[in-house]
Design a binder for this molecule. Structure first.
Ligand code: CMP
Length: 166
């Protein structure tokens, strides 16, 4: 992913409380969070108005190290972006590490099937959660985000191909 030093500093430093307050978890993030979302590489092309709409639908959640963020086989209700911390996709034989700015949960959100893998918090992790229906609407209206998701899916497929020797 791109340089996320600024995002990490903002989230870990001054702005984390507003992103992770009880009110943000209950009612979606406030508009003041739009600037922060704009620093997530996936959302960098969105207008401030659109960032504000996503912020209004999104919530944050903090997970303790070792806890599952999503579980294999469970239904998908949201798409996730890691705002802080490190997580691991439990792919048999070759776990994949995800860091701040990386996303997960797109597969089951896109195809409506159950989660394809368990994702576990390696450190304490702060995630942004966008409800499935809202995220599908974002993809319909923002081709650049859809393309970015497709590019990452393609990279992940290539990595799997490389791991099994093609
Ligand atoms: P989803 O199936 O919704 O939930 C588990 C997530 O783990 C999945 O979406 C992807 O975001 C991620 N994932 C699954 N397999 C891989 C892989 N091989 N490489 C990287 N990420 C993966």
């Amino acid at each position: 992913m791109d340089d996320l030093t600024g995002l990490t500093r903002l989230v870990v430093g001054g702005a984390a409380p507003s992103l992770d307050s009880p009110s943000s978890r209950a009612r979606g993030l406030g508009r003041e969070a739009a600037d922060l979302l704009g620093q997530v590489p996936l959302f960098a092309t969105l207008s401030r108005r659109h960032l504000g709409r996503i912020a209004g639908a999104a919530t944050t959640k903090r997970f303790a190290a070792g806890s599952p963020l999503v579980r294999v086989g469970k239904p998908a209700d949201a798409f996730y972006v890691i705002l802080d911390g490190t997580a691991r996709v439990e792919v048999p034989g070759r776990p994949v590490t995800l860091e701040a700015g990386d996303f997960f949960g797109e597969m089951a959100v896109l195809d409506g099937e159950p989660r394809s893998a368990t994702v576990t918090a390696v450190s304490e992790v702060l995630v942004l959660m966008i409800p499935r229906a809202k995220f599908l609407k974002v993809l319909e209206s923002e081709p650049k985000i859809a393309l970015a998701i497709m590019a990452t899916l393609t990279q992940r497929l290539r990595a799997v191909q490389a791991a099994v020797g093609r």
